[in-house]
Design a protein around this ligand. Structure first.
Ligand SMILES: [Zn+2]
Length: 485
């Protein structure tokens, strides 16, 4: 027998004793190209699976999860990583990130965004098509993004394509070339390189989107109510948060969502509402769901944590669009999660250079709107979720399983289950920490959460079985790659 065959026979014996199901057993022994296998066992008393939180071992061979088994069933030769009481979650997936590369790397970039992601427990990001130059609105721009990402990523990534004025012919080609879906803005997106679309442009684009079967992610605010309110506030004091809030009324979101739901009903495409900020739209969204429309909804950590009542005047770090609304509204959003009208929680990580936040003048009119939170988003969400009686299973559903479903990678990512990518997060849900600059890891260490004490720390992050974050360090190479169907 060759040394390889001897090792294989030994492994066969071990695995037989471990009572693995036949199919997995075959996979473990013969693997891909029958290479020599190293079996890793990740143990915790709190492994978070769709079935609940249990003491389990996640058996990993190479890049994949072989099985999730009782800790008594670990094959004897497996390399053991015992995390004790720390929870083991599926790697989080952030389907709403602005990486800004190529073109605006002074804002962010693949290197810094994926490093921050790894520190935050994320194992895959889906990049928004705007803010980068060129915007991802045709195949050439997607190829440029791929070249820019090459060799820089610590976690896996993928791209959304843009739906803008004049690019209906690019939509199906982008889908064939590997975007996971599309994004459009109904209101000015804050950069000149990405145009907003109205009903007329959407009528040209939507039949193409529908043919791809991919989702259309919509920034749902209509310009009408925003423009009217802003005009009325021409002379107002724009260092006051209340002025900014008044300039983007609930009605801008509500009317945009109603318009999109009616087009969804008429044309038939997968509609996804990004960063829902108003609780007032939950009734319409729930009715749409009951009606059977293919609509999904996300909100963000900042809408679930911060409230308008406590945002200080001049605190432009808290500016985003749609705006953070009242405390009462925040509780409505939590109810939306409880009722599963809101499906997922993603960051809308949208950084910029410090000077664009106009911190010295504190002007909400001219400051860039966007909040960066990749490294601390899990703790922000868990702090609030825990205090409202939610479990880690809920958090894993909102931040891993459902974003994976939106992005169409739910057959490979977003769960701790046999056959899935071995994307894992070791998370201590009882540990508390104070947010400091050295924990942020993205390009510019700015955050509205600085100085806050949050619950839950990310200890380690594994991408496809490899350690990419370890208590503040980033071991190994940048192994992240693009997720392709
Ligand atoms: Zn965004």
């Amino acid at each position: 027998m060759t040394p390889h065959r001897i090792r294989q026979v030994r492994l066969e014996g071990r695995l037989k004793r471990s009572k693995l199901p036949d199919r997995l057993f075959h996979l473990a022994v013969h693997g891909i190209g029958a290479r020599i296998l190293t079996l890793q066992a990740f143990l915790s008393r709190r492994v978070v699976t769709p079935e609940g939180v249990q003491a389990r071992a996640v058996l990993v061979e190479g890049e994949h999860i072989l099985s999730v088994v009782p800790t008594t069933d670990i094959p004897s030769g497996a390399a053991r990583h015992d995390f004790g009481n720390a929870a083991l979650l599926p790697g989080l997936i952030d389907s709403h990130v602005h990486v800004n590369e190529p073109g605006r790397t002074e804002w962010e970039g693949f290197q810094t965004a994926t490093r921050a992601a790894a520190a935050g427990g994320y194992t895959m990001l889906v990049d928004m098509p705007l803010n980068c130059l060129p915007a991802t609105t045709n195949v050439a721009a997607l190829e440029a993004k791929r070249r820019a990402a090459e060799g820089k990523c610590r976690v896996d990534w993928a791209a959304w394509g843009g739906v803008v004025e004049g690019n209906p012919e690019d939509i199906e080609m982008l889908a064939e070339t590997g975007v996971l879906g599309f994004k459009c803005f109904l209101v000015h997106p804050g950069v000149e390189s990405f145009s907003k679309v109205g009903e007329q442009e959407l009528r040209l684009a939507l039949p193409h989107v529908a043919r791809t079967g991919l989702p259309l992610l919509v920034h749902a605010e209509l310009p009408g109510p925003v423009d009217t309110a802003t005009k009325r506030l021409e002379e107002a004091d724009w260092t006051k948060y209340a002025t900014y809030l008044e300039s983007r009324p609930d009605d801008a979101e509500l009317s945009a969502i109603q318009m999109m739901l009616s087009m969804c009903r008429e044309i038939g495409f997968r509609l996804h509402i990004v960063h829902l900020a108003t609780g007032k739209a939950l009734g319409d969204l729930e009715a749409a769901r009951v009606e059977g429309l293919p609509v999904s909804v996300e909100t963000c950590p900042h809408y679930l944590h911060l409230v308008a009542e406590t945002i200080a005047d001049g605190a432009t770090l808290c500016k985003c669009a749609p705006p953070i609304r009242s405390r009462e509204n925040r509780e409505r959003l939590w109810q939306g999660l409880r009722d599963s009208v809101i499906d997922l929680v993603v960051t809308d990580h949208s950084p910029c250079p410090p000077e664009l936040k106009r911190l010295d003048e504190g002007n909400f009119r001219t400051a860039w709107g966007g909040i960066a939170s990749l490294s601390v988003a899990l703790a922000v969400v868990w702090t609030d979720a825990h205090s409202r009686g939610f479990s880690l299973t809920d958090v894993a559903r909102w931040m891993a399983e459902q974003p994976a479903r939106l992005a169409g990678c739910d057959g490979r990512k977003g769960r701790l289950a046999a056959g899935y990518d071995a994307d894992l997060v070791v998370f201590d849900p009882d540990d508390e920490f104070t947010v400091s600059e050295d924990r942020l890891h993205y390009r510019h260490a700015m955050s509205p959460y600085l100085g806050e004490t949050l619950r839950g720390t990310v200890k380690k992050t594994y991408v496809r079985g490899k350690l990419v974050f370890d208590s503040g360090e980033f071991p190994g190479e940048a192994i992240g790659r693009e997720f392709r169907q």
